[in-house]
Design a protein around this ligand. Sequence first.
Ligand SMILES: Nc1ncnc2c1ncn2[C@@H]1O[C@H](COP(=O)(O)OP(=O)(O)OP(=O)(O)O)[C@@H](O)[C@H]1O
Ligand code: SF4
Ligand SMILES: [Mg+2]
Length: 373
Amino acid sequence: MARPGRPEPADHADPGPAAFAGSAAPAAASTAVTAASTAVTAAAEPPVLDVRDLRMHFPLRRSPVAVLRRRPAEVVRAVDGVTFSIARGESVGLVGESGCGKSTLGRCIIGLYRGAAGEVRLKGVPVAARSSATNTQPRVAQMIFQDPYSSLNPKMTVRQTVLEALRVHQPVPRRDAGRRCMELLDLVRLSPQAASAYPRQLSGGQRQRVSIARALAVEPEILIADEPVSSLDVSVQATVLNLLDDLRRELGLALLLIAHNMAVVRHVCDRTMVMYLGRIVESGPTEQLVTDPRHPYTRALLMAVPRLAPGHASLAPALTGDPPSPIRLPTGCRFRQRCSLAAEICASEEPGLSGPGDGSARSAACHFAWTDR
Ligand SMILES: Nc1ncnc2c1ncn2[C@@H]1O[C@H](COP(=O)(O)OP(=O)(O)OP(=O)(O)O)[C@@H](O)[C@H]1O
Ligand code: SF4
Ligand SMILES: [Mg+2]
């Protein structure tokens, strides 16, 4: 596998055995496809991921009084009408505050929630159909979770963990599973000695590499990485993000990277979507979004990372207050109670996503996104 020239610092801050980390560059045979070529999707090819008007509302348990009075159950509108698609090889960031629905969206994509409305298609096939398929069918999307420790079985060695994924999904014949397991460890820059380690013997960064190896075992075409570095030491975060970025380029994978922080997605993503209270409120090429944010919420998120928005300090204050409850949403714009630019129209009309009208790939859900207000 040919690796791009990016130096891969060892997880030097990891407390785990140094021998497990930062193995030599992978020696596996190359099927390297660059992101530049893979992101150009043939006209006839469906996007790897296509999400249309996705809604995931969690009904709350009714109180005895509500049952007696026959009041309908209240619902948490975790995801409330989200539409986007991701092409082969594309990396897309999803950012927003805690509770805005990022993880719920990721879980809907891999078919974890049955009550979701709208449509999710992976390579043109509805996710509902895939979830009823047999375990041996290839999995187009794989998820990497925030906390690698709780997502790994503490009683299984690294080798057993990866072999189990290979055994269940059978991307290679059984006789090749051992060899494939070692290739996967090499791919995620873990040394062969790591194969016999248990999760408790590994550092956070190394555990996350094991989670990535397990996800890659089924040869997915898109990785949904849900805050993959937020539980890691700051000095290790960059090495795991670099690994994800390198793997994406080497394997031609698409990536949906979920994060709280704009700085994390800027590092890796071609395009970024900003989510607020269950909806996408701004979307566009990451660099444009960072240098010229059009939604007040995006500006406020950038203000939380001062180095990313040196010129926007005067446009909007940093975020104040908590978002409203996703059970009782305000009328009009969902952001209006926290927006310093709110006007009368913002209370009565909910703005839809709209572009500047110049054919660019940008869009924002604010009545004043494309005016000089
Ligand atoms: N199973 C569930 N039942 C009821 N409400 C839920 C459930 N799962 C999530 N929620 C609610 O849905 C909303 C979105 O949650 P979600 O975990 O998707 O947010 P998030 O953006 O991933 O937050 P964080 O950044 O903290 O991980 C929250 O209000 C949460 O309390
Ligand atoms: S629509 Fe109004 S309240 Fe909403 S973000 Fe724009 S200016 Fe602020
Ligand atoms: Mg989450």
